[in-house]
Design a protein around this ligand. Structure first.
Ligand SMILES: [Cu+2]
Length: 462
């Protein structure tokens, strides 16, 4: 994990906002616009501890960062810039996306319940935009739906939104102008309103990310923006496994993970080795008496779920979407089924005709993970990837690990490497004579007479 590089941090600071019209503000207010802060790394940045304003326990944005603010007469001022960005989806693939302040998704915004918040939004896109603050209580004219609540923010213009962060919880932000295209290009971000009382529902580690999806043809760089359902890159904060950082926690930590869904389908999010409870939604916190244990929770489109658990089992635990085609990358889509088909001769004949032809293996998909020598089109990701302690993980897309370790420092989120299993705790091959394994037949129940019990008379009238 890299600590935010000060030079990157202030990359755009010198550029200012010269020439940008700010309709709602006077010249003197324009001079006081918060500088544009930008990050160009796709790795998880250190949490942003508040230096001004009220105290809170910051979140960690998976493969992302939180936007610093400026206090102006008791108002928290942020500056978001909607702009084209280049995002590394995973090592080996970059995408031309649209986002905010150098990244897709944009930075997480963290405020405290009761804060007066002012957000400047500068549009450096080639088309109009707006921002909707999903889930917030705010004046109707601040809700961001173009045409309904406000005029569009035209290219080159800056708008200002201002409201009180009334309700604590987890929210999202995204455009409400040419919405399908702008979200297909990666425009979105997370928002956390921390409770006034920092000891309300405390956790030791608090993570946040958004589920998003892209349709990028292998070899190309720009998402197809009119795809409705058949996306080929399933991502968390615009990263696909093995590009998603692990969720690193200390043993016995109480862990919260906040997940928002801005894709066009639902995602059953599943954890291994632990049980969690859904403790919050974008509608607020769930009372203790209304929670139940889960190992999978479905996050529907436009929903946010906060899950919490005690990380009391050491190890590297899988944490992923349970739709198995969401844990594979672009090269796995539209591959014909070839189980049991002898392809050796066929392959030669077809590749003479179609040089890029890539079938699945005759024993299953795993063969594809091993095709290390197989040429991949430029700028795409293998369908299944990742190397663990025991070899290929055969995963992609919406997959990462929760790494539970002992003795981590309080704010240490560095990848601790592979888990070292205590002796005798790993599944292993056994020496057996498999010719001697007897097959038993289940007892035949078809001859068992079932005696129908008729209901007592007297109920015929029902
Ligand atoms: Cu999914």
């Amino acid at each position: 994990m890299t600590i935010m590089d000060r030079r990157n941090f202030f990359r755009y600071a010198g550029m200012g906002v010269a020439g940008v019209a700010v309709s709602a503000l006077s010249k003197s207010a324009l001079a006081a616009l918060p500088e544009i802060i930008s990050v160009d790394a796709a790795s998880t940045q250190q949490p942003l501890f508040p230096k001004t304003g009220r105290p809170y326990n910051p979140v960690v944005t998976l493969n992302g960062w939180s936007l610093p603010w400026k206090m102006n007469n008791g108002v928290k001022e942020f500056h978001l810039v909607a702009e084209p960005v280049v995002r590394e989806i995973a090592p080996g693939m970059v995408a031309n996306l649209w986002g905010y302040n150098g990244q897709s998704p944009g930075p997480t915004i963290e405020v405290v319940e009761g804060d007066r918040v002012r957000i400047f939004v500068t549009n450096r896109l080639p088309e109009r935009t707006s921002i909707h603050w999903h889930g917030q209580r705010l004046p109707n004219g601040m809700d961001g739906v173009t045409g309904l609540n406000q005029p569009p923010i035209e290219p080159g213009k800056t708008f200002v939104y201002e409201f009180e962060a009334k309700r604590p919880g987890t929210f999202m932000y995204h455009p409400h102008a040419d919405e399908m295209l702008q979200m297909a290009m990666g425009m979105m971000g997370s928002w956390v309103t921390h409770p006034k009382n920092p000891s309300f529902m405390p956790v030791d580690r608090d993570f946040i990310f958004l589920l998003n999806a892209f349709d990028i043809e292998p070899g190309s760089y720009t998402p197809k923006v009119n795809t409705m359902l058949n996306f080929n890159l399933w991502t968390w904060n615009s990263r696909a496994f093995p590009g998603i950082d692990p969720i690193v926690v200390n043993k016995n930590d109480r862990v919260r993970i906040r997940v928002g869904n801005l894709t066009m389908t639902n995602h059953p999010i599943h954890i291994h080795g632990h049980e969690f409870e859904v403790t919050g939604t974008d509608g607020g916190w769930v009372p203790k008496t209304a929670r139940w244990p889960e190992v999978t929770t479905d996050v529907a489109v436009g929903q946010m779920r906060a899950i919490e658990f005690k990380a009391d089992e050491l190890g590297d635990w899988a944490f992923h979407c349970h739709k198995s085609h969401h844990t594979m990358n672009a090269m796995g889509h539209d591959v014909p089924t070839m189980i049991g088909v002898k392809q050796d001769d066929l392959m030669k004949k077809i590749t003479n005709l179609v040089p890029d032809y890539m079938p699945m293996g005759k024993t299953g998909m795993s063969e594809m993970a091993e095709m290390a020598g197989m040429p991949l089109p430029k700028n795409t990701l293998p369908m299944m990837a990742g190397i663990g302690l025991f070899g290929e993980l055969e995963m992609g897309g919406m997959f990462t690990t929760v790494k539970v370790r002992e003795g981590l420092a309080r704010n240490d989120y560095k990848d601790p490497g592979n888990f070292r299993h205590p002796p005798g705790t790993v599944a292993h091959e056994v020496e057996v004579d498999s010719s001697d394994i007897k097959r038993m037949t289940a007892p035949n129940i078809s001859n068992v007479r079932l005696k129908a019990v008729k209901p007592q008379s007297g109920h015929e009238g029902h």
